[in-house]
Design a protein around this ligand. Structure first.
Ligand code: ADP
Ligand code: UDP
Length: 238
């Protein structure tokens, strides 16, 4: 399958149409942004790592019964996916306090929750992706009640699967963001990406950060951290 026209260029990926109106091609860039686009930079090799990691994790989730947009990895940076209409909610699951949660509630990072939390943000860069609850999402007709219930159930199941998988590779899954979309028949599937850009990963033993926080917080060793996650989860650095 080949790219035809570019449909969209985002902060981390480009999306292209194909001859099949139900399929598109996602192309992962090395560009990195943080703080709603205020901080800009580039992480060498990130596009390749995020493409390959996302696809591995989407395949794992499919095997465990989660429907995803994944179709086929085309090359190092490009993947064929089912075209969806994205539900404009960022779905965030947290197992351990960090980032905006710690800031918002005035608590330390690193509190291990007995039960995971879920929250939604409205996917709108101009508004800075504000927090939104399920009633607001319903009022704004962003999703139906049934869709929200499906998304919540998938998100918690994805957390269980990914948490266990990461732990096998010495990684603590702190928190992560998911996006879901609708296929033409209305089926909800997992879309977008799952990578060190969209998850917080900490080394189980040292709690060293192995994710985009190294870029956000100028901690150094950004590329090394992405490579380390790829090495642990895919077993190579190809
Ligand atoms: P952003 O839009 O936040 O800058 P990206 O650079 O990652 O993010 O751009 C990728 C865009 O493609 C996102 O808006 C995402 O919602 C969208 N997207 C992801 N998967 C699909 C899909 N299967 N079909 C259509 N759009 C998708
Ligand atoms: N996240 C993301 N995109 C966003 C916002 C958050 O991928 O636009 C991810 C982020 O990488 C982290 C989790 O969601 O793994 C929770 O992020 P948080 O709300 O703590 O916000 P941040 O500290 O990133 O501003």
């Amino acid at each position: 399958m080949e790219k035809t026209v570019q449909l969209y260029e985002g902060k981390a990926k480009k999306v292209y149409a194909t001859k099949d109106e139900n399929l598109c091609i996602v192309s992962y860039k090395d560009d990195a942004t943080a703080f709603n686009g205020e901080k800009k930079g580039s992480i060498l090799g990130k596009g390749v790592i995020n493409n390959r990691l996302t696809n591995r994790l989407m395949q794992l989730l499919e095997e465990k019964g989660i429907p995803t947009h994944f179709v086929e990895e085309l090359n190092d940076r490009e993947t064929l996916v089912k075209k969806v209409s994205i539900v404009p909610l960022e779905v965030i699951i947290r197992n351990i306090s960090a980032g905006s949660f710690a800031k918002r509630y005035g608590v330390d990072e690193g509190i291990v929750f007995k039960n995971p939390t879920i929250e939604f943000s409205l996917k709108n860069d101009d508004l800075g992706d504000p927090l939104i609850n399920a009633y607001h999402a319903l009022a704004l007709e962003l999703a139906t009640e049934a869709e929200i219930e499906t998304i919540k159930a998938f998100a918690f199941k994805i957390n269980d699967i990914l948490k266990a998988f990461m732990l096998e590779h010495g990684i603590e899954l702190v928190d992560f963001k998911l996006e879901f979309g609708r296929l033409p028949d209305g089926t909800i599937v997992l879309a977008d990406e799952i990578s060190p850009d969209t998850c917080r990963f900490w080394d189980v033993k040292t709690h060293e950060k192995l994710d985009k926080d190294r870029f956000r917080r100028d901690l150094g060793g950004v590329e090394d951290a992405y490579n380390e996650v790829m090495r642990r989860l895919l077993g190579d650095t190809k």
